[in-house]
Design a protein around this ligand. Structure first.
Ligand SMILES: [Zn+2]
Length: 266
């Protein structure tokens, strides 16, 4: 596209919950390093525009780049001589135009609850709580920074537990295991069978646990079962509908307690 030197890109996007959450139409390009201006419209409007082929149009787009500095926040608890880390993560950033209650305010709340629950307990493992900044931001800068900082240390991670999309009002919470060694999977299933509000979930990959999977670390993704089962058709995430009205606070507490029980068993 850059070789073709277009003046601008007019994108027509359909509904695609798996890619864009509930946003329709959604911006096809979210890339601050990409120099061709772009705008977006609904697929239906795009079809109308396409019938005007050959005619002249005037496009006015006011856009500006706003440089920003942001941070991940990392807390660690452990004796220092522990060989392995359990890394528990939740992203704190949201898309523009949403309150981000489920995606991912509840995840950060669960991390804070865990910090409280874990403060008087001890583990043979170092526990690392990571508030990621960048999951819903183009180029995932916080996640890239974490990968850089840990480039030679991923093999000391026992597993990642990533919380994203937890605490939805409908349904219960699910813990999805990825590549867990048999003994750890057994411990997870013990916790789930003791807790009727928590169930084993289907695999899904649109979250920060994927960065750990790509580095060869096992992971557990904690979310709301309703969202995982409606990933391709829900119209809530990344929109104003993702606000506190759709949060079930009991679900949030149950996730924190479930993760805490699981860590105690490790
Ligand atoms: Zn998220």
């Amino acid at each position: 596209m850059e070789e073709g030197q277009p003046q601008a890109l007019i994108c027509a996007t359909e509904r695609n919950a798996a890619t864009a959450g509930g946003v329709y139409p959604f911006p096809l390009f979210e890339d601050g390093d990409f120099d061709i201006p772009s705008v977006f419209m609904k697929d239906t409007e795009g079809e109308r525009l396409a019938t005007c082929k050959g005619e002249s149009v005037e496009l006015v787009s006011h856009a500006t780049r706003i440089p920003e500095t942001a941070y991940n926040i990392i807390a660690r608890k452990g004796k220092g001589n522990a060989k392995k880390r359990v890394v528990i993560t939740a992203h704190i950033d949201t898309k523009i135009g949403t309150f981000g209650a489920i995606d991912n305010g509840t995840g950060v709340a669960i991390l804070l609850l865990l910090a409280e629950l874990l403060k008087d307990s001890s583990s043979q493992y170092t526990i690392e709580l990571v508030v990621f900044n960048g999951e819903d931001y183009y180029a995932a800068p916080g996640q890239i920074k974490y990968i850089d900082q840990n480039s030679d240390r991923f093999n000391d991670i026992l597993l990642n537990i990533n919380i994203d999309g937890a605490g939805y009002q409908e349904g219960i919470s699910c813990f999805s295991p990825f590549d867990l060694p048999e003994n750890i999977l057994t411990k997870l299933r013990e916790v789930l069978s003791d807790t009727p509000e928590l169930v084993e979930g289907l695999p899904w990959y649109q979250g920060d646990h994927s960065l750990f999977l790509q580095q060869g670390c096992p992971a557990i993704a904690v979310s709301s079962q309703w969202f995982i089962e409606h990933m391709d058709c829900q119209e809530i995430t990344h929109t104003p509908k993702d606000n506190l009205d759709i949060v079930n606070y009991n679900r949030v507490a149950e996730c924190a307690l479930g993760i805490f029980e699981f860590i105690r068993k490790l």
